[in-house]
Unconditional design. Structure first.
Length: 367
């Protein structure tokens, strides 16, 4: 049987630095666990624009469609700020999501006990936090038509359209319910059914889908209240399902409950392939961080945890994903820190590669 395939798109800024560390983890799994991957690499974002004049070359898009999973680093940077909207680095990422039809964005917000003090909330509110936000990713106000800036009378008008079909809401809901079944069997759907027709439809469809998952406890919350509850008592949630715009905002809000974006992975999943596993792309939540690029300061953990998500969701290796997550937890408990996590004199400051050295040692100890 052939090895599972991974396409690595390191991107811009710190992307290549953190992705190089993931490559070391991938090599460890091949050498020590017999889990070998066929890894290929290509360009996305500003790096692709510099070479091809577009943020994602057609050949790269075709390769992304053929592999079992895509691992993406980060895109963008100040040197691309003045580019036309159509060729900005972020458009490469949006094209991948759209053409691979990755409709469910999984954003975990997990607080490692060793880092609970980093949260702006009281430690007891976030210690042991483990929630998953499922954001619908390919529809809603970011994609709806009509859109644009138009002349109307003697002034300009900016228009974006919030549009959802039943099918779009349903497939995301099924992904969220399936996740809830594997977790604590609680799902909270968030919309604005009090003021938006798309929210009314959203709630109706989610209720209909819930009939297929009688074991999952379903609740509903207006998204603005959801934002408030996330910072008031976040541990009340298990899985949250919401639309593209609210999901963008709520997942960033949840992310900062953990104290640092450098720790958070994400997965974007599509429809199941012939092998029953979803088409998928995995990426850290953090940006390209041009201010620390090339200095060995970047925290590789979010990118490494994104690979752990790939092990779990694309390669059916849940136990190995847990092994990697536990190794990271041990390293943090031992006080090993990249610059973004330094808090006190007991911390052991390490570089990007130093953090990976520590994680590899912890993996060795797990055998």
């Amino acid at each position: 049987m052939s090895n599972p395939s991974l396409l690595i798109l390191a991107g811009d800024g710190i992307g290549p630095e953190v992705m190089a560390q993931v490559q070391r983890i991938i090599t460890w799994y091949g050498d020590k666990r017999g889990l070998k991957f066929d890894v290929s690499e290509d360009l996305v974002g500003g790096a692709a624009y510099d070479k091809h004049g577009v943020p994602l070359h057609d050949d790269t898009m075709a390769r992304a469609q053929e592999v079992d999973a895509v691992l993406l680093g980060a895109v963008g940077g100040p040197k691309y700020d003045d580019l036309d909207f159509s060729v900005k680095p972020e458009r490469g990422l949006l094209r991948l999501r759209k053409e691979m039809d990755l409709f469910a964005n999984l954003r975990p917000a997990q607080c490692f006990d060793a880092l609970a003090d980093f949260s702006s909330l009281k430690t007891e509110l976030v210690s042991g936090l483990d929630i998953m936000i499922v954001r619908e990713l390919t529809s809603g106000v970011y994609f709806g038509e009509p859109r644009g800036i138009f002349e109307e009378g003697n002034q300009r008008v900016g228009i974006n359209t919030q549009r959802y079909t039943e099918a779009e809401i349903e497939r995301g809901a099924r992904a969220a319910f399936e996740l809830a079944m594997k977790r604590d069997k609680r799902l909270c759907s968030m919309e604005k059914a009090n003021v938006m027709e798309s929210g009314i439809l959203w709630r109706e469809v989610v209720i209909e889908v819930s009939k297929d998952y009688p074991e999952v406890e379903l609740s509903h919350m207006y998204a603005d209240n959801g934002a408030m509850q996330l910072v008031r008592a976040p541990k009340q949630f298990d899985v949250i399902y919401t639309d593209n715009l609210f999901g963008d905002i709520l997942s960033d809000c949840a992310a900062m409950l953990t104290g640092t974006l450098g720790m958070l992975p994400s997965a974007s999943l599509g429809a199941p392939l012939a092998n029953g596993r979803p088409k998928a792309m995995y990426e850290p939540v953090h940006g390209s961080a041009p201010d620390i690029t090339g200095q060995g300061k970047a925290n590789p953990i979010a990118c490494i945890l994104s690979f752990a998500m790939a092990l779990r969701y694309s390669f059916d290796q849940g136990a190995e994903a847990t092994r990697l997550e536990s190794a990271i937890e041990k390293v943090l408990a031992d006080g090993v820190r990249t610059g973004d996590l330094l808090s006190d004199e007991n911390s052991k400051a390490v570089s990007t590669s130093g953090m990976t050295d520590a994680i590899l040692s912890a993996l060795d100890e797990s055998l």
